[in-house]
Design a protein. Structure first.
Length: 57
């Protein structure tokens, strides 16, 4: 089973995010909402963005 299969069909039906990680992209006014997919044990090195990014686990 793919990790993407754990998302409800409404999220799986969103366009794929074209970036450095697997995600579904929900466009919204003045922002993008990404439903990311990270396997257990994934380590994300400290980094910065030119935008305001917020992660929810």
């Amino acid at each position: 089973m793919s990790l993407a299969d754990y998302f409800p069909s409404q999220i799986r039906g969103l366009p794929a995010f074209d970036g450095q990680f697997d995600a579904f992209k929900l466009s919204a006014e003045s922002c993008d909402v990404l439903f990311g997919i990270y396997p257990a044990g994934t380590v994300i090195a400290p980094h910065s963005h030119d935008t305001d990014n917020v992660g929810v686990i």
